[in-house]
Unconditional design. Structure first.
Ligand SMILES: Nc1ncnc2c1ncn2[C@@H]1O[C@H](COP(=O)(O)OP(=O)(O)OP(=O)(O)O)[C@@H](O)[C@H]1O
Ligand SMILES: [Mg+2]
Length: 361
C-alpha cells in the first residue's frame, strides 16, 4: 500500500508548540521506510498519525490515493508492533497470535493455517503452547511480530520493536525482519533512533529533527551526500570530524591552527557565488589517513591522545584543541604511537555553509 503525507502538522492539545510541521512524505508500496531521529523529534507521533491513534492538526493522510484522515484505526488494515510486546499474559503463544483473527470471526482452519505459517517463519513453532512469561525477550518479540503478520495487513507500523533486546539478538532480528519483509513485501514504516538499524534495514530513510524532515533517501545518500550538518553528524560512527573555517582563494583554512585543505574549482565557484564566508569542512574517520608529521601532503598535524583496537581496525584519536578531537580509522596493524605528533591527510570531505548548515555542492 502506498502511504502519502501531505503537509501534515501536529500540535498536541495544551502544547504551545508544534510537534510536527508541514511533513510531506511518500512511502511507496513495498517500501521498508525507516523514520529516524533523536529522542523527542516526533517519530512516534508520526507513526501514530499513520495508525489513526493521533489526530491530524493540519494536512492530509492518503492510503493508495484515498484520504483517510478520519478513518478509524480498526478500519485501516494495519498492524502495529511496539517496543513493549504487549502480549496477553494469560494466553499462550498460539492464542496471542490467533486473537486478532478470532475477533474478525475468521474460520478456525484459516486461523490455524496462518498462525502455524507465521510461527514457522519466525521459528517459534516450539513455543506455540507456552505462556509469554516462559519465553525470552527475543522470543516474545517474535510472537508480537507473529501476531502482526497473521493479520495480513496492508501496512506494518513498528515503533522501536528491537530496543529491548540485547545487541546480538538485535543484530539477528534486524536480518530476520529484512528477510521477512522481502518475503511478504508488505509496506512497512519502522521507527528507530538507531542509525545503524536505519542504514542496514531501510529501503528508504526519513531523518527527522526539529519538527521537520531533514533528509529523505536511500541509506547510501545519507552517507555519501548528507544534505546538512545535522544529517552529516547523525549518520555514521564515529561522528564525522568537523573543522570550522573560511575560504581564501582555492583553499579552506581552519579557524583553529590554520589547517589547510585545497578545494576544487567547482566548490570555490559555488562558495563565491553564494558569498559564503563561514564554512564547515567535514570528513569521516575512514576518509582520512595518518601520515608522518613531516609529510608535505598532511592537511592537519595533531597529537595522538588515544588509540583503540576494535578488532578489524583501530581508532586513533588526535587532539585538535582542548576537548575537541579528531578520530581517524586505520588498519589494525597501524604503527602510530601514543603521545606523538602525526600528520593527517584528508582523502574525501564534505563542505557545509557555516550559516545555513546546508551542504555546498
Ligand atoms: N500526548 C502528548 N501530549 C503532549 N505532548 C506530547 C504527547 N506525545 C508526545 N508529545 C510531545 O511531542 C514531542 C515528540 O514526541 P514523540 O513521542 O513523538 O517523540 P519520539 O521521536 O518518538 O521520541 P523517542 O525517541 O524518545 O520515543 C515531544 O516533545 C513530546 O513531549
Ligand atoms: Mg517514540
Amino acid at each position: 500500500m502506498k502511504v502519502e503525507l501531505r503537509n501534515i502538522s501536529k500540535k498536541y492539545e495544551g502544547n504551545s508548540f508544534y510537534t510536527l510541521e508541514n511533513i510531506n512524505l511518500e512511502i511507496e508500496d513495498n517500501d521498508f521506510c525507516v523514520i529516524l531521529g533523536p529522542s523527542g523529534c516526533g517519530k512516534t507521533t508520526l507513526l501514530r498519525i499513520i495508525a489513526g491513534l493521533n489526530s491530524i492538526t493540519k494536512g492530509d493522510l492518503l492510503f493508495d490515493e484515498v484520504k483517510v484522515n478520519n478513518l478509524l484505526p480498526k478500519d485501516r488494515d494495519i498492524a502495529m508492533v511496539f517496543q513493549s510486546y504487549a502480549l496477553y499474559p494469560h494466553y499462550n503463544v498460539y492464542k496471542n497470535m490467533a486473537f486478532g483473527l478470532e475477533m474478525k470471526h475468521e474460520k478456525k482452519e484459516v486461523i490455524n493455517y496462518r498462525v502455524r505459517a507465521a510461527a514457522k517463519l519466525l521459528s517459534i513453532e516450539k513455543y506455540l503452547f507456552k505462556k509469554p512469561k516462559e519465553l525470552s525477550g527475543g522470543q516474545q518479540q517474535r510472537v508480537a511480530l507473529g501476531r502482526a503478520i497473521v493479520r495480513k495487513p496492508k501496512l506494518f507500523l513498528m515503533d522501536e520493536p528491537l530496543s529491548n533486546l540485547d545487541a546480538k539478538l538485535r543484530e539477528s532480528m534486524r536480518t530476520e525482519l529484512v528477510s521477512i519483509h522481502r518475503m511478504l513485501g508488505t509496506t512497512t514504516v519502522y521507527v528507530t533512533h538507531d542509525q545503524l538499524e536505519a542504514m542496514t534495514m531501510a529501503t528508504k530513510i526519513v531523518l527527522m529533527n526539529n519538527q521537520i524532515i531533514q533528509q529523505v533517501g536511500q541509506p547510501e545518500d545519507f552517507y555519501n551526500k548528507p544534505k546538512n550538518l545535522f544529517v552529516a553528524k547523525f549518520i555514521g560512527t564515529p561522528t564525522m570530524n568537523i573543522l570550522e573555517g573560511t575560504v581564501e582563494n582555492d583553499t579552506f583554512i581552519s579557524n583553529l591552527n590554520d589547517y589547510k585543505v585545497k578545494l576544487t574549482q567547482e566548490e570555490v565557484d559555488l562558495i563565491k557565488a553564494e558569498k559564503i564566508e563561514k564554512v564547515y569542512l567535514g570528513f569521516r574517520s575512514e576518509d582520512a589517513q595518518i601520515v608522518s608529521a613531516a609529510d608535505e601532503n598532511a592537511n592537519l598535524i595533531m597529537l595522538v591522545i588515544n588509540i583503540e583496537l576494535l578488532g578489524m581496525n583501530k581508532q586513533i584519536t588526535c587532539e585538535m584543541t582542548l576537548g575537541q578531537n579528531i578520530i581517524i580509522t586505520t588498519g589494525k596493524d597501524d604503527k602510530t604511537k601514543l603521545d606523538t605528533k602525526c600528520g593527517i591527510k584528508i582523502n574525501k570531505y564534505h563542505l557545509f555553509n557555516g550559516v545555513t548548515n546546508n551542504r555546498i555542492g
